[in-house]
Every structure is written in C-alpha cells, then in structure tokens.
Design a protein around this ligand. Structure first.
Ligand code: UDP
Ligand code: MG
Length: 321
C-alpha cells in the first residue's frame, strides 16, 4: 500500500469516528474509508475514539494504525463516556481545516464524505445531512420524527434530521464547539447554533451493518433531554405558564364556590372530583419538579467542572524526528 506520508503535512481533512463495540463493522469501515480518502487525494487523517468498547474494537483500531500510520490515529478512553463525548475528543484532537463526523456502524456510507466536502468547499461552515430513506425499525424512526418536530419548536434550531451524524464542519466551528466546555451536549445542534452559513445535503442511509443500536429508549430519552435543556429554557417557561393558568382557574373556582355557598347552600359531595383535580395538579407539580431537576442536574455537572473524559492513550505514528 502506498504510504503518502500525509501526517508530516498538516491534514486538510479530519474524519472523526466514535467507536463503541463495533468490532464487526470496523474492518469493512476501514476498507471503505481508506478507498474514499485515497481517491480524494487530499491530505487527510482519520481519528477514531474508542469509547470504552468491551469487545476487541481497540485491538482492531491499533491494527489500523499499524497498517496505515499515515492516516489513522486512535484515541483511547479509559471507559465509556457516550457518543457525543467520543466525538468531542475527536474534534479536540482533529487537525484538519475541515472535520467530518461519521458513525462507525456503516449506516452513514463513507462514500458520501466527498459530497459533504464539496458543500464545504462552496463556502459553508457547517454541512449537515438528512437521510432520504432511513433504514431503521419503526419504533426507532417514529419517535425520532416526533422529537425532530418538538425540538425544532422548542429550541428553534433548524436541522432536518437531528439523528444523522454524518456532518462536516470548518475548523473555526470545531474550535467553538470544543471550547464550549459542555458536558451533556448534542454536537450537531451546537454546530448549528454557531453556524454562519449552514447547509444540508441528502445522503443515503443503510441498515446497521452488524450488531445492534447502542441506544435503548432510556438513552434516547436522556439524549433528547440533553438537547432540549441544552438549547432552550422553553420547558421551564411552559411550566411557569401552566402554573399561572392553574392559579387563574382556581381563583375562578373559588369565586364560583363562594357564590354557590351564598345562593345555594353548603356542599359536601363531589369529593372524588376533588381527588381527580388534586391528582392532576400533583402530576403537574411533579413533572415541573422533574424539569427543574433536569436543568439543575446539568448545572451541577457543569459547575463541578470535572474533566469531560479521560484519554488513556493516543495511538499514532510517532512524530518524525
Ligand atoms: N457510540 C459511542 N459511544 C456510545 C454509544 C455509541 O461511541 O456510548 C458510537 C457507536 O459506536 C456509533 C455511533 O456512536 O459509531 C452511533 O451509535 P449507534 O449506531 O448505536 O446509534 P444509532 O445509529 O442507533 O443512533
Ligand atoms: Mg447507528
């Protein structure tokens, strides 16, 4: 294989890929990526972050470094910190003027990378993508679609497809994302927030090559709470407004009961109606407390200012002397 000695030159393009238990996908991904990058013939690097995989992903990745030291660098986390922190670490170390993020499961075909780069070359600083024909199960796509709409309403961040991680950013955008210092964040939204000239392209979507999604319903919910709370105070404001509406309604109720007491007489029935109303209000209060808690928890995480992740090692070719 020809070694183009790219890493002695500063790469123009960095491809950042989070990896969590993807051993079955990595060999094919590596092969297809190399083909794409070599064809582009622009100085490039591929940065994998091993997010505490429990399978032999790390060994495979180290093998890639040995095979293509001109191209591959591997960041090794000491444990699992989640997809967005894995991407964050990749962005932190990426040296390219253009940075592309990609999933490791081959749902985003590497062959689409040149399309994104072409869009960046047109002068855009953030290029997102949307999946035309999404290859996921119904229970995975339907919630996504609902969440997409709710998110756009609440946060005002326009992304046609928030779940698609195949995206390209210019270096200044990457810098502000990294410097934001955010821990529970959603990188495409952050990029969109800072973008001056965003654009989106259409990409094909494949079914997961092997293995199963790392997101269950709980993790998906958590991720979406990150997105909502991280980019909007609307949930809190809605809660305040509900509170005000309920107070207003209860004033009316009091007036009604007072008049009734005067003109009709005392009442002792309707106790279960009262329970129903009470339970409803209790539900509203607990939900509100939960929403407040979501924010406070994130404030707490952020003010502790713990390291977002710990890198155990970076595997790459030693710097030339
Ligand atoms: N991933 C990760 N850390 C995690 C979960 C996922 O680095 O804790 C990576 C995973 O290896 C893949 C990408 O994030 O490259 C997307 O994960 P997955 O395909 O499971 O999510 P989905 O496509 O179902 O949203
Ligand atoms: Mg996937």
């Amino acid at each position: 294989m020809d070694q183009r000695n790219y890493l002695t030159v500063s790469p123009e393009i960095s491809i950042v890929i989070p990896v969590y238990n993807e051993a079955l996908n990595l060999p094919l991904l590596f092969e297809r990526l190399c083909a794409v990058v070599d064809k582009m013939a622009r100085p490039a690097e591929i940065v994998f972050t091993n997010d505490g995989s429990k399978d032999n992903s790390l060994d495979l990745l180290k093998g890639f470094v040995a095979q293509r030291p001109d191209l591959i660098r591997v960041i090794e986390f000491d444990r699992n910190y989640g997809q967005h922190m894995a991407v964050m670490a990749g962005l932190e170390t990426a040296r390219g003027e253009i940075v592309v993020t990609l999933d490791a499961d081959l749902q985003n075909p590497p062959e689409e990378i040149p399309k994104l780069i072409a869009e960046i070359d047109k002068g855009h600083d953030v290029v997102g993508s949307f999946r035309l024909d999404r290859q996921d199960s119904m229970w995975r796509t339907l919630p996504s679609r609902i969440v997409n709409v709710v998110r756009e309403r609440i946060t005002g961040i326009k992304m046609r497809d928030q779940g698609c991680m195949l995206r390209a950013y210019r270096h200044p955008i990457v810098r502000v994302i990294v410097e934001s210092g955010e821990t529970s964040t959603f990188i495409p939204a952050l990029a969109q927030y800072y973008a001056e000239s965003p654009s989106e392209v259409e990409v094909v979507h494949a079914a997961r090559h092997a293995g199963v999604s790392n997101y269950n319903l709980y993790r998906l919910l958590r991720l979406n709470f990150d997105l909502m709370t991280g980019f909007s105070l609307v949930p809190l404001q809605v809660f305040t407004m509900v509170g005000m509406a309920v107070s207003g309604a209860s004033v009316l109720l009091v007036v009604y009961l007072l008049l009734r007491r005067i003109f009709v007489g005392p009442e002792a029935e309707g106790i279960f109606t009262l329970f129903a109303i009470l339970f409803f209000l209790l539900g509203v209060v607990i939900t509100g407390l939960g929403i407040v808690g979501e924010y406070i928890g994130r404030i707490y995480q952020q003010v502790r200012a713990r390291a977002r992740f710990r890198i155990r090692a970076i595997h790459e070719r030693p710097a030339p002397k």
